[in-house]
Design a protein around this ligand. Structure first.
Ligand code: COA
Length: 378
């Protein structure tokens, strides 16, 4: 039915705050009840589930049976290799390229090697999702090794996706606690409703463009410091603050200058991000294990100062910073690792969008000059 142009316009909401822009059965982000994936609370899922389980759950709607789990595990391993021209492209990237940009370029290039690129059916999209999830991690670790002038590692035979990721990054078999920690991180970062990058993916998919185009838009959107880029900025902040006793003055100074403090605030959660207790626990466990409590103590002091001075709470990116740092992850990889994990959520959303599509095309209020006659200035 054509839109009724005489109907009153809905109120403008800057940043689309509070606007219901679509429907999803994948996850719910509730300011009070927290985050659920297909009904499962992230607090239960993240510390216990393997990334393979989360991938199946997000793509299919239910937890996998043993056979489905095994199928996911095997296909992720089989699909992890990159086409040779894509590896050659990685060699052409400047040595100082931002790994987010390398990843975005690589994912975009992968599109042309997928024979099912223009098949937007549900089943083809699921198959392409597994390829994308598998290859994104390889792209990141391979691109990083090449950028450092090193030979990429063969991902080895570790049975888990995150185990192979860690092997490809460090060239050694990860310890059990490391794979558990990474399964936890990958689960927490995998999905989060209509956040900016997922929305970007859905907008692209809604034109019936392909899944690679959609997730390429998403990676570009994630990079910004107000979104995924915050976990890198948070690490820089922790280094700058240095010790817990400096946190309060540091926060005051930034707030006076009206600067944003990374790892704090959220569009939906106004009383705290439901992923923070999970990531904070992980950070505390790892810092105890390494007997290096300082970074976590700085986070805690910043949390107290922000709550006192601005009534703002931490988001997941604050505590992701010490976790990555203590696990010897180079800070430049914090955000692209987030992308490797969120690829599962982005793909689930693209499938959902294609399955029941209507082009996403909002309106805007025009603020330019009124109608006027054309008189050439030349
Ligand atoms: N540091 C300082 N002040 C902050 C802040 C932060 N991290 N986050 C929000 N605020 C302040 C705003 O300046 C504004 O203050 P004012 O009312 O005095 O002008 C108020 O809180 C409302 O913030 P607003 O920018 O409208 O919130 P938003 O919903 O548009 O933005 C974020 C949400 C996440 C983009 C924002 O909180 C932010 O930039 N955080 C830092 C980046 C980050 O950690 N991103 C990861 C999100 S998971």
């Amino acid at each position: 039915m054509p839109a009724d142009t005489s109907a009153p316009k809905p109120a403008y909401s800057p940043g689309l705050e509070g606007v219901i822009a679509g429907e999803t059965a994948i996850s719910a982000v509730d300011p009070n009840a927290g985050l659920i994936y297909r009904g499962y609370d992230i607090k239960d899922l993240a510390p216990k589930a393997n990334f393979e389980e989360v991938v199946w759950l997000l793509l299919h709607g239910e937890l996998p049976t043993n056979a489905q789990y095994e199928e996911t595990r095997k296909t992720l391993a089989q699909e992890s290799a990159l086409p040779d021209p894509v590896v050659n492209m990685l060699r052409l990237m400047p040595r100082d390229a931002n790994p987010n940009d390398t990843l975005r370029t690589g994912v975009s290039m992968l599109a042309s090697f997928d024979k099912e690129l223009n098949d937007h059916s549900h089943d083809a999209n699921v198959r392409k999702s597994i390829r994308l999830i598998a290859k994104t991690s390889t792209l990141l670790t391979t691109g990083w090794r090449i950028q450092k002038g090193e030979k990429p590692f063969n991902p080895g035979s570790n049975p888990t996706h995150v185990g192979r990721f860690l092997f490809s990054l460090f060239g050694r078999e990860p310890e059990q606690w490391e794979t558990s920690a990474f399964n936890n991180i990958f689960a927490q970062y995998a999905e989060h409703g209509y956040n900016a990058s997922t929305f970007a993916a859905r907008v692209t998919a809604s034109t019936m463009s392909d899944i690679y185009a959609a997730v390429t838009s998403a990676i570009g959107t994630l990079k910004g410091p107000l979104h995924g880029g915050a976990n890198e900025e948070a690490m820089k902040m922790l280094t700058d603050v240095g010790t817990p006793d400096r946190a309060e003055a540091w926060v005051k100074d930034r707030l006076v200058r009206k600067e944003k403090i990374m790892g704090f605030g959220h569009r939906v959660y106004k009383k705290g991000d439901s992923r923070v207790p999970v990531m904070r626990d992980l950070a505390r466990i790892i810092s105890k294990q390494f007997k290096q409590p300082q970074l976590v103590e700085v986070c805690e002091a910043l949390e107290a100062a922000m709550e006192k001075q601005k009534g703002l709470y931490a988001n997941v990116d604050l505590y992701a910073a010490p976790v990555f740092h203590l696990m010897k992850i180079p800070t430049e990889l914090n955000t692209p690792i987030f992308a490797c994990s969120r690829m599962a959520g982005w793909c689930a959303h693209v499938i959902e969008q294609h399955d029941k599509n209507r082009i996403i095309r909002p309106s805007c209020n025009y603020t330019g000059p009124g109608r006027r006659a054309y008189r050439p200035m030349r």
